[in-house]
Design a protein around this ligand. Structure first.
Ligand SMILES: Nc1ncnc2c1ncn2[C@@H]1O[C@H](COP(=O)(O)OP(=O)(O)OP(=O)(O)O)[C@@H](O)[C@H]1O
Ligand SMILES: [Mg+2]
Length: 195
């Protein structure tokens, strides 16, 4: 029997939390070694990423490499009024962050530091599960779906899911609100979705 979205979330979250400290470290280093050399990132000037939690692949070394190469980095910040929506704010690696209500560190909201979603070139986003068609299963809050769904598809940044390869599943069934990915980057490389 096919597991429900919630059952699948539990299985995949358990799998990624079971990765050892060494496996996590090697994955973070591998991601930071291959992704910045990809033409997508070489041509990007504003790139959003995230602070890893719950066993997610950790993009903090990647952020340092991209920042050293002159890219503007942004982090998601929870919208103060619009429930379950994200804003993206400029971030310099090492800048102080405060835990939000989910315990995820984020910059203190500062309006002049916000970058409109349409101005970002690439959004590197966390996920719980993915398939080769770019379907994405997140943590279940609908944060990325609501935020990205608010912008017409051809005005959106390039959307890349970051994941450990153990988060790949054969097929995910997308709901009508799910915003598909343009590609998935794991410790093994970047996989583009054909559309
Ligand atoms: N654009 C939207 N408008 C209204 N509700 C939405 C929208 N996108 C998602 N939702 C709601 O959010 C809930 C969670 O969505 P979903 O299960 O796809 O989360 P997710 O993709 O796993 O999470 P996230 O985007 O935070 O990583 C759904 O019950 C859905 O009703
Ligand atoms: Mg979704």
């Amino acid at each position: 029997m096919t597991p429900s979205r919630d059952e699948l979330r539990q299985q995949l979250r358990t799998a990624r939390r079971q990765l050892s400290h060494d496996q996590q470290k090697h994955a973070a280093i591998a991601l930071a070694s291959h992704l910045p050399d990809h033409s997508l990132l070489q041509h990007a000037s504003q790139v959003a990423l995230y602070m890893a939690a719950d066993g997610e692949i950790d993009p903090h070394i990647l952020a340092e490499v991209l920042f050293a190469r002159g890219k503007q980095i942004a982090l998601p910040v929870m919208h103060p009024f619009n429930d379950h929506q994200l804003l993206f704010q400029r971030y310099e690696p090492g800048q102080p962050l405060l835990p939000n209500r989910y315990g995820i560190p984020e910059p203190q909201l500062a309006k002049p530091e916000l970058i409109p979603l349409q101005e970002l070139d690439v959004v590197l986003m966390p996920l719980v599960g993915f398939d080769d068609n770019g379907n994405r299963l997140g943590m279940g809050g609908g944060f990325y779906d609501r935020t990205l769904g608010g912008v017409e598809a051809d005005l959106r940044p390039t959307l890349i899911g970051l994941a450990h390869s153990c988060q790949r599943v054969e097929k995910l069934y997308a709901a009508h609100w799910d915003v598909p990915l343009n590609g998935i980057a794991t410790e093994q490389g970047l996989h583009w979705v054909e559309r």
